[in-house]
Design a protein around this ligand. Structure first.
Ligand SMILES: *Cc1c(COP(=O)(O)O)cnc(C)c1O
Length: 472
């Protein structure tokens, strides 16, 4: 029943379809071309009583999704902050599915547990974090925030004499959260899940460079002696701003605050000698988050949490039952994540880091930053465009101006959204929009290992053609 032939036809078919997808990206539109109705009509088959041969399942699946798969693995996808996937990382991800281990505890998948130990150590070395920090592999930065802030909640309340794991939050001392206005929305959602609530957040204003100023933080901290979490940014989503960690963290320390750093993509700057200075002092924080599925170019479902105090981390999450099996000296993943059953998501990270090495990661980071700079400045120089923010790293902003005399900011907003939509509709490149300081902008984000100069030329040319249309 389980001979090689049983698998070959279906897996070979998947490989062929995957290769068509991955190698054909230059010729295909970057955005989706199928409408919602079309996709529902094709995929919304009636539930059948009888099954279908696996070969047909895969063939029909690939036929049905046609036009509904964004070409984000290719080099001209600049929307949100979305990386592609490295060959070694993708292949390793397939093997994770083939091995089908439950990477919850060492006993369920010994090799994957050890791979996770090694990959966690490598990541700390790449980011320059303390080698004593604990870590967790979770679905993404969203859950990494939940993990890190769960550890923060544990320690801050323990210090106030409250066992939150035992007693919950009813009657507990209130925790306040100080963070910059440029935080990612996933921070608030983590606080909602942890029972701290949106109202625990006090949003502090940023300077012109999107950074929290030391005097602003010092002033906010001086207000109260409440247990406090300070959340800082290593690369914000619009302009890639870095808070001045070396100045801010010692101020937070003086007030016994827990400092958490959202470094979803920006922490990768640590891998590059050219950009590392942006992170000066980041290692002084209490917890950090990052994604492999963005800039490291692993497939999705790959985020990392790091906590300087392993006792707080473990105190918040460790889980023991009578039916688990423990191996002396082993690291059980279940003690560090909010999950039970999970895939061996450290394996693609292990493979990606092996494929690139320190130099390859530095080169990936620097190439993306260079391409982002070229895209923003070259599109920004086109008639009818203007640079709003040149990238510090790999994120920048451009705006498109309505040429009519007397055009208002609202007209420029509309024009900006229309130009973004037209560039995406051309199929030549994909960008997203954002509202930054009250104005609509096109976000330029480069995270893909495959993006090359020819991709930048094609994207700039596509923007030029859209702006040159008489009716735009
Ligand atoms: C993407 C992102 C997040 C959320 O990460 P997920 O991996 O999507 O959960 C949080 N913060 C920043 C700055 C991000 O760019």
């Amino acid at each position: 029943m389980t001979g090689r032939d049983e698998w070959t036809g279906t897996l070979q078919l998947a490989l062929d379809h995957a290769l068509d997808h991955l190698s054909g990206s230059d010729a295909r539109p970057v955005g989706a071309t199928a409408s919602l109705d079309e996709l529902r009509a094709r995929l919304g088959r009636a539930l059948t009583d009888e099954g279908v041969p696996p070969h047909d399942v895969i063939d029909e699946l690939v036929r049905d999704v046609e036009g509904g798969i964004l070409n984000s693995t290719g080099g001209r996808f600049f929307g949100w902050v979305i990386g592609g996937t490295l060959p070694a990382a993708l292949a390793a991800d397939w093997l994770v599915s083939a091995w089908d281990q439950n990477a919850a505890i060492h006993a369920c998948g010994p090799a994957e547990a050890v791979i996770e130990e090694v990959a966690g150590t490598w990541l700390k070395q790449l980011f320059g974090l303390p080698n004593t920090a604990s870590f967790a592999f979770v679905t993404g930065t969203q859950m990494a925030h939940v993990t890190c802030l769960g550890a923060a909640r544990h320690r801050l309340l323990a210090r106030a004499g409250w066992d939150v794991e035992d007693s919950g939050l009813f009657g507990a001392p209130a925790i306040r959260v100080l963070t910059s206005s440029e935080r990612h929305g996933s921070v608030e959602r983590a606080l909602r899940v942890l029972g701290l609530g949106r109202r625990s957040v006090r949003s502090l204003p940023c300077n012109d460079d999107g950074q929290l100023a030391p005097s602003t933080l010092a002033h906010a901290l001086a207000d109260s002696t409440q247990p406090t979490i300070v959340i800082l940014q290593a690369g914000d989503l619009n302009i890639g701003a870095f808070d001045p960690f070396a100045e801010l963290i010692p101020i937070a320390r003086k007030h016994d605050a827990w400092v958490h750093v959202d470094g979803a993509f920006g922490l990768w700057a640590a891998a590059s000698p050219r950009y590392r200075h942006l992170l000066r002092g980041v290692e002084l924080a209490d917890s950090w988050t990052n994604d492999g599925h963005k800039w490291l170019n692993t497939p999705f479902d790959c985020g990392y949490a790091f906590v300087a105090d392993p006792k707080a981390h473990r105190g918040a999450f460790s889980h023991r039952t009578s039916y688990t099996m423990f191996v002396d000296g082993a690291r059980d993943q279940i003690d560090w994540t909010p999950e039970w059953s999970r895939r061996g998501r450290a394996v693609p990270t292990y493979a990606a880091i092996r494929q690139l090495g320190r130099n390859g990661i530095a080169d990936l980071v620097e190439r993306c930053c260079g391409h982002a700079h070229a895209l923003v400045t070259r599109i920004g120089r086109l008639p009818g465009a203007s640079v709003v923010r040149e990238p510090t790293i790999n994120q920048g902003l451009v705006r498109f101006l309505d040429p009519h005399p007397g055009a208002t900011d609202m007209d420029h907003d509309r024009r900006t959204d229309a130009v973004i939509a037209a560039i995406c509709a051309s199929g030549e490149a994909f960008f997203g929009g954002t509202t930054w300081r009250g104005r609509r902008c096109m976000r330029v984000s480069v995270c893909n290992w495959q993006t090359c100069e020819a991709d930048i030329d094609r994207a700039v040319a596509a923007a030029g053609r859209v702006l040159g249309r008489p009716t735009m």
